[in-house]
Unconditional design. Structure first.
Length: 153
C-alpha cells in the first residue's frame, strides 16, 4: 500500500510538473514580431522581487555587470557598457523588454554585446557544460521583465 501511494504521489507530481511546463515556450519557439515578444514565455506573470534578484545575481542575469540601476545602489560594480536602466519602463513596453531580455540580437541586431538570455543562439566555442542551455529560465525572463517594469524613473 505504501508503494502504491508513493507511485501515485510521484505520478501526481510528474503530471503537475508537466501541466505547469506545458505553457512554457522553448527558446526556439519564441516569436519575435516588430522587436517584441507579445506573450509571456510561461503563461505566468513575473515576480518583480525575484526579477531583481536574478538581475543582480552574478550567476544568473548579472545585468549589473553592464547596466546601472539607481534602485540597486547598494550593489557593487554597476557597469556602463549598456545604458543605465532607470526609467526603462517608460521607454519600452513589457513586450519589447521581454524581447530584449530573451534575445537582444532580435531587437538591436548582431552588433549588440548583450547576450540572449533565453536563446540557444549563443555563438561558437560554448563550454560543453553550457551547450543546449539558456542563461535564464523562461520564468526568470518573466521575473526580470516584471522588475524592469518597476523602473519608471
Amino acid at each position: 500500500m505504501t508503494i502504491r501511494m508513493g507511485i501515485a504521489g510521484l505520478t501526481a507530481i510528474v503530471l503537475a510538473a508537466g501541466a505547469a511546463s506545458a505553457e512554457t515556450l522553448a527558446p526556439g519557439d519564441v516569436t519575435f514580431k516588430d522587436g517584441a515578444v507579445e506573450s509571456s514565455l510561461t503563461g505566468q506573470p513575473g515576480d518583480p522581487e525575484a526579477g531583481a534578484k536574478a538581475f543582480a545575481d552574478r550567476k544568473l542575469g548579472n545585468c549589473l555587470a553592464c547596466h546601472a540601476v539607481s534602485q540597486m545602489s547598494d550593489q557593487l560594480f554597476h557597469g556602463n557598457v549598456g545604458p543605465a536602466l532607470d526609467g526603462v519602463a517608460a521607454r519600452y513596453s513589457p513586450e519589447t523588454l521581454r524581447a530584449i531580455v530573451t534575445n537582444s540580437k532580435e531587437v538591436f541586431g548582431e552588433q549588440t554585446v548583450m547576450p540572449g538570455f533565453y536563446s540557444l543562439d549563443v555563438g561558437i566555442d560554448v563550454a560543453e557544460a553550457f551547450q543546449g542551455k539558456t542563461i535564464l529560465s523562461a520564468q526568470d525572463v518573466e521575473d526580470v521583465v516584471a522588475f524592469l517594469g518597476t523602473l519608471q524613473e
